[in-house]
Design a protein around this ligand. Structure first.
Ligand SMILES: *Cc1c(COP(=O)(O)O)cnc(C)c1O
Length: 430
């Protein structure tokens, strides 16, 4: 296929474990099967295109042909919030929907940067569908991308996510939603999506391993570099899998290698919502991440968090190129914030910047306040605060929201083992 040959020209893959280079077609490093692979783009200079959307960073995205879109990161220097926090150099990455700030992410979060690039890269590789798991925001973003470009996908979600599943346009048959009944659990959705893709042979989207996803998320740091002409000292983001942190580290390395910036990596400050803080515990207490241990207790904690998206029980922490490596390489920090701190932070952002933000973004701002209090960030250092989303806050002002209904539902006793296999065979044939 001509397209695929072009893709091979555009980038190679490099193993984050051993540094070995591979063609763009390999799935993993045979020597380090757990390690992430990274794209190494033929274009090393940082030369954004003359567009005002996500695809201005096309030279560092793993496909050739973009589409028309309004989706893309917005980075601006904050005045009022910075003043309130006593900071002299605070940039806000606004990655939701707020046309008053120039932000037009169709489904209201930075998941929109993962979805379109993923489906466009799949299409260029000759794939015709994808399977993924989500707790809400990715489902919305991938559903929007699927409907926009007419690329059919299957999405597995826990029932607790249904309230977050809408589109600003009517859904089409390109979106098939599998709903895990009476579940709030992302890790179960990931497991069922894996089984569905394994048994059906339909390609799994890949989560943190998907370079289109990571390089799409990395565009927030690229936009900071483009708009403000420099790298920030610090980067603050709420994390679930931590993929955004990994992606930001990778984008920063690319920018530094391009030669136009200082060679100091922005320091990652990653935050989770107490009482569910597996990444924070792993980093600060050396507590191993055990996704299957004390399951009832983990689910209870997930139920208790306000930032419901931050619910991944099995984040890519220790794998080569994963979250621990990103924190080590950038001398990063992690934080745990309470629901009350999040709510305060959401109110503060609204009061200062005049637009509502989601609880995950509130968690990031709450962590920034902790960091200033603890002096892991100094008031005169430069910071990029990632407002990862504001969900439907303003989208429903400008659009009619259409709920995405289930294609199939799975009962709790069908989500593993042979019962799951039988369920999948049934779903595929009926
Ligand atoms: C997915 C998501 C996050 C966490 O992203 P990571 O994959 O862990 O980097 C944070 N905020 C919002 C709004 C999200 O949708």
């Amino acid at each position: 296929m001509i397209e695929f040959a072009q893709t091979i020209d555009k980038f190679a893959l490099v193993c984050a474990g051993c540094g070995e280079r591979y063609e763009a077609s390999v799935a993993h490093c045979p020597k380090c099967p757990g390690a992430l692979l990274r794209a190494d783009y033929a274009a090393t200079a940082f030369e954004p295109l003359a567009r005002d959307d996500l695809f201005r960073f096309l030279p560092w995205l793993p496909f050739h042909d973009p589409v028309e879109t309004a989706i893309g990161p917005v980075v601006y220097r904050s005045e009022r919030l910075a003043f309130h926090l006593g900071m002299s150099n605070l940039a806000v990455g606004f990655n939701g929907y707020a046309p008053e700030l120039g932000a037009r992410n169709a489904t209201g979060s930075f998941k929109d940067y993962e979805a379109l690039p993923t489906l466009l890269s799949f299409r260029e590789r000759g794939l015709t569908t994808a399977v993924l798991a989500s707790v809400g925001n990715s489902a919305r973003a991938f559903a929007h991308a699927a409907v926009s470009i007419g690329f059919p996908i299957t999405i597995v979600v826990p029932e607790s996510a249904l309230g977050r599943l809408w589109l600003p346009m009517p859904p089409t048959e390109d979106v098939r939603l599998i709903v895990l009944r009476r579940s709030n659990d992302y890790a179960s959705a990931i497991r069922v999506a894996g089984a569905f893709s394994g048994r059906s042979g339909l390609p799994n989207e890949g989560g943190a391993r998907n370079i289109a996803r990571r390089d799409g998320m990395g565009t927030v740091m690229l936009e900071h570099a483009r708009a403000l002409g420099e790298l920030p000292d610090h980067y603050v983001q709420a994390v679930s899998s931590g993929t955004g942190g990994i992606a930001t580290w990778e984008a920063s390395m690319r920018l530094i290698r391009s030669g136009g910036f200082s060679d100091r990596l922005p320091r990652l400050h990653l935050v989770q919502n107490a009482p569910f803080t597996p990444l924070h515990d792993a980093w600060t207490l050396n507590a191993p991440i055990r996704p299957e241990e004390n399951l009832g207790e983990q689910i209870r904690r997930i139920d208790a968090i306000a930032a419901g998206v931050l619910a991944n029980r099995n984040p890519p922490f220790t794998i080569p190129g994963g979250v621990a490596d990103a924190l080590r390489a950038t001398h990063g920090h992690t934080y745990a914030v309470s629901n009350d701190e999040i709510e305060d932070a959401q109110r503060l952002f609204m009061a200062c910047e005049g637009v509502p933000i989601g609880p995950e973004s509130g968690a990031a701002l709450a962590a920034l306040r902790q960091a200033l209090a603890r002096r892991t960030i100094a008031a005169n250092e430069s910071v990029l605060l990632n407002v990862t989303g504001n969900n439907e806050a303003l989208i429903q002002r400008d659009f009619e929201l259409h709920p995405i209904g289930p294609w199939r539902t799975i009962e709790p006793d069908q989500t593993s083992g042979e019962a799951l296999d039988r369920w999948i065979d049934n779903a595929l044939t009926s």
